[in-house]
Ligand binder design. Sequence first.
Ligand SMILES: [Zn+2]
Length: 566
Amino acid sequence: MIKTYEPLHHKYRPSSFDELVGQGPITSTLKQALISNRIAPAYIFTGPRGTGKTSSARIFAKSLNCLKSEKATTVPCGECELCKGINSGNALDVIEIDAASNTGVENIRELIERSRFAPAKARWKVYVIDECHMLSTAAFNALLKTLEEPPRQVVFILATTDPQRVLPTILSRCMRFDFRRIALNDLENHLMSIAKKEEISINKEALSLIAKHSQGGLRDAESLLDQVSLLPPPITQLNIINLIGAVPEEELITLAKSLINKDPNSILKICNRLINEGKEPIAILQGIASILRDLVITTVTNKQTNLCNISQENSESLIDLATSINLSQILKLQAKLKGSENNIRNSNQPKLWLEIHLLGMLADEDSKDNNRIKQSFPRTRISDDSEPKDSDHKPEKIEPTTSKELKKTNYKDDFKHNEDLNLADIWKKVIAMLELPSTKMLLSQQAKLINLNSDSAEIVISEKWINMIQSRKNLIEDAFYKARGSSTKVLLIQQKDNLSKLQKENKKSQLIEQTNELKVNKELNKNNCEKKEKKIEPKINLETNSIDQKAKQFADFFNGEIVDLE
Ligand SMILES: [Zn+2]
């Protein structure tokens, strides 16, 4: 007889609480309820998919009803008629319904009607309602009445991945258990034991990669192991990386290195290569986020990599990288990643956005440095109500400063006693506190701070952009908070007259700044290159070309134009 194939997640479905992986507190509470015979009329099991909710509901139903025991037990036999019936879904008294396909009130009414009859064979009737958040409001209300006056010897077990969508009145009548994502260690050990039993030839690093990829979902991990077991042995990490489209760690480390060394050319090259190999931009971004997280851990734990996501084989390169950067630099890079995932996910040009964000991580750093340069120079004070004068903050005043000197200036402290600087400068500082490059650009081009007192700020905006800026008002208020250390209510004022004068002024100073940024950048790069190699010319050309392109794309995005770019 040909043995039918059984997927691993079926075959290794837990049959008792002791076999349930990684939900210790939940299993011990449920076991205690069974031992002390304190059975609630309704339970709700919440948590991410594949963490053991439905399995627990079945084990609980078997524990209540196993025929091998006179009363509820914590170790159902798995062999009696009822245990077998529950396992195969044929038991008369244990009814599982999927709310996703039975959303209507009719289904629930019928179910409630039947719950009034005594169990046929079992001690308890158990109703398991999976994905219960899908029930209609009418169905919920019908269920609510039954939960208010539950029939005897009936237990309802609701399971959901989305408890927010369950009526609060239902939630408050259920005993709630929150299933957690399963810890990496538990997942790894579980996969290891399955691989041994199934004689799958797979190494430890590869199993660990499967565990990481499934993000705490046991069923996902088992399914992936199932799929991977079809690969020709021996199964290695690389096979799995190719199968799931993950980005190899070596590539991510090189990319992170380029970010730290501020090498736009290399960033673009790596992105191009990875995307040509079929890697998703979002996977590259997530990979970089993970490397930055690991760098933080390596730095704060003094080079202990056991908490890192990175595999053992690449931990040396990670430690090397960590020695070339300090904690505050890593945190700054990390902060700039915020919001990038959404941009990339929601764009139909994810590659472009990936590049913009990664390059933005370089440019931002520089513009802050520019701010610091400005702050380190003495300036004339002017009163709050006077018109901001351009001459006061002209970037031309900036003289080249080495990056070491820049680090010594404390940007935030400087801000406090400079609060009485002119409004244009304050506005720039607020903009610098924003995280999204697009919002920064938008505000610096299309908005102007015209009034500021201790708790409110008035910002004038050109008519065309008022809606877009309105939607980012809370981000602006956050930025004010970061810049001033106190909350500031933002008032947006629409300006109907054309803002062309303002725009021109802004654009002019911005472009001068950008050009300056590029100058500084090139200067730095030149120094770097001279140390390393002599092929300076082509590299710099490529670099400026790509920055030219990015700058143009940015300008196009905001209906702007590039007047001059060195
Ligand atoms: Zn049994």
